[in-house]
Design a protein around this ligand. Structure first.
Ligand SMILES: Nc1ncnc2c1ncn2[C@@H]1O[C@H](COP(=O)(O)OP(=O)(O)OP(=O)(O)O)[C@@H](O)[C@H]1O
Ligand SMILES: [Mg+2]
Length: 459
């Protein structure tokens, strides 16, 4: 079976057929066990009644009497011990009956052909128009005993009801099939739409609008699908932006290296100028190398499986180490350093967290004018450890604050380019801190300075 539509239709129709069959069998079993004895009883009463009336009024013409009742919807067979028999009412389909049944009725017993009718799975004896399926009672006619077999004629009694029920069943089957065909279309349609949408997604179209206003599981699926498509679209946009940023960042230092080396090769320059150009080439290549190092760090952090090597270490001594390493930079700018660095142990990946302090402290040095102050504090509150890097530098504009953790974001591009910035430092820092289930808060005022606060869970 090819389509879901066909599959659902065929399955439903099959289910309908199987359940009708089972229902028929169950109803039949119920008839055999409960209704058959009741029906037998009812017909026996009728026979007794007919017999009693005749025996009370022997002067009436039996033939006319039975003929009349036959016309009202009963079938009779009247037979004596000479096997002289007569039928009244509509014909039986099958007119045989066991001889001993006749004999036993002639001897005075009642024949219960209805209750004794053989039990069979698919045949309801109720409708079987045979002589066997009757009630037999003995009847005295002019001093001679007859056996009278009687059966209600269902064709007369239920004729139009049978048509009514047959029509009811047929119509309900036909209507259910038609309705299944229609309703299945309704069920399958959103799936077809979703499939179309996935194809669109595969073709790179992310702005998908599914016109499905359904509250059920498929509606939820469609909603999730559009959300997923949107975020995939954003991801793709970010990826493209990232690639173009990277190429741009690599392109400009390469262009200047190319330009200066060309000049150096093609012209005779005074020694001083030659040195200046060479040092620019050195700076630019250092920038590219720094950039590629940062990109590698980001890539390795982006891999979710980047496993942390957790150890317990003193965070203050790590920060002192960073200060020592950057000493030349802050001394050159005559920046004063204030420290509140008590011994506080945290558990984390020491190599990665070291990178966080380097990035924050180099930022502070880079964005603080000569003679400024940088304050470093480490403290413990509750179950988190707080590291604060505060400077009296240039500060960050309120409009820039929400963006500074984005990759390649620099608030003052021209100035930063000179400083050799690529705008990756804070994005690396926040990534590492988040991997440690911590967070970074920033307070900053343009022209007054900034405070970066790292909160790390200490256990
Ligand atoms: N202490 C600070 N004072 C003022 N501005 C800051 C400070 N720290 C960060 N910023 C602003 O946030 C931007 C992003 O910082 P980030 O560390 O990510 O990049 P970067 O320092 O410019 O480059 P990189 O760190 O990759 O060399 C900076 O360009 C700067 O505009
Ligand atoms: Mg930085």
């Amino acid at each position: 079976m090819k389509s879901l539509y066909l599959r659902i239709c065929v399955t439903t129709v099959l289910v309908m057929i199987i359940s009708s069959l089972l229902a028929f069998i169950a109803a039949n079993i119920y008839y055999q066990s409960n209704l058959k004895p009741y029906n037998d009883d009812k017909v026996t009463h009728m026979a007794e009644h007919i017999k009693a009336f005749y025996e009370d009024n022997p002067e009436i013409d039996l033939n006319a009497y039975l003929d009349n009742i036959g016309k009202l919807g009963y079938q009779f067979y009247l037979v004596n011990n000479q096997k002289e028999g007569a039928f009244y009412g509509p014909d039986f389909r099958e007119k045989t009956i066991a001889q001993n049944a006749i004999t036993s009725v002639l001897q005075g017993s009642v024949y219960h052909g209805i209750v004794e009718f053989p039990t069979s799975l698919f045949i309801t004896g109720f409708f079987d128009n045979t002589l066997k399926n009757t009630i037999g009672v003995p009847l005295e006619v002019n001093g001679q005993t007859y056996a009278m077999f009687i059966r209600p004629n269902l064709e007369v009694q239920f004729g139009e009801m049978r048509i009514f029920f047959a029509l009811l069943i047929l119509l309900s089957i036909l209507l259910s099939i038609v309705l299944v065909l229609i309703s299945t279309r309704y069920v399958v349609k959103p799936i077809v739409k979703l499939t179309e949408a996935t194809k669109m997604l595969a073709r790179g179209k992310y702005n998908i609008k599914l016109d499905l206003r359904r509250q059920d599981e498929i509606g939820t699926l469609a909603n999730h699908f559009t959300v997923m498509a949107k975020s995939l679209g954003q991801l793709e946009e970010m990826r493209q932006e990232f690639v173009s940023n990277v190429s741009h960042e690599i392109q400009s230092p390469l262009a200047s290296i190319q330009g200066f080396s060309h000049t150096l090769l093609s012209t005779d320059l005074p020694e001083e100028q030659r040195r200046e150009y060479l040092s620019i080439i050195e700076d630019e290549s250092r920038r590219i190398s720094q950039l590629s190092k940062q990109l590698l760090t980001l890539a390795s952090l982006d891999k979710e499986e980047a496993l942390l090597e957790i150890t317990s270490f003193d965070i203050s001594s790590q920060i002192r180490q960073v200060l020592f390493m950057t000493e030349w930079n802050w001394r050159e700018k005559e920046i004063a350093i204030k420290m509140e660095l008590p011994e506080i142990y945290v558990r984390g990946d020491s190599k990665l967290l070291y990178q966080v302090w380097v990035n924050l402290i180099t930022n502070s040095i880079k964005f603080t004018e000569e003679g400024g102050t940088i304050t470093l504090r480490v403290r413990q509150t509750g179950n988190s450890c707080i590291v604060e890097v505060q400077d009296t530098g240039i500060g960050i504009a309120e409009s820039d604050l929400p963006h500074i953790f984005q990759r390649f974001y620099r608030s003052d591009k021209s100035r930063n380019r000179k400083e050799g910035s690529s705008g990756l430092g804070l994005s690396i820092a926040i990534k590492i801190v988040e991997m440690h289930r911590g967070k970074i808060e920033v307070e900053s005022k343009l022209g007054e300075g900034s405070t970066f606060r790292v909160l790390l869970p200490s256990e």
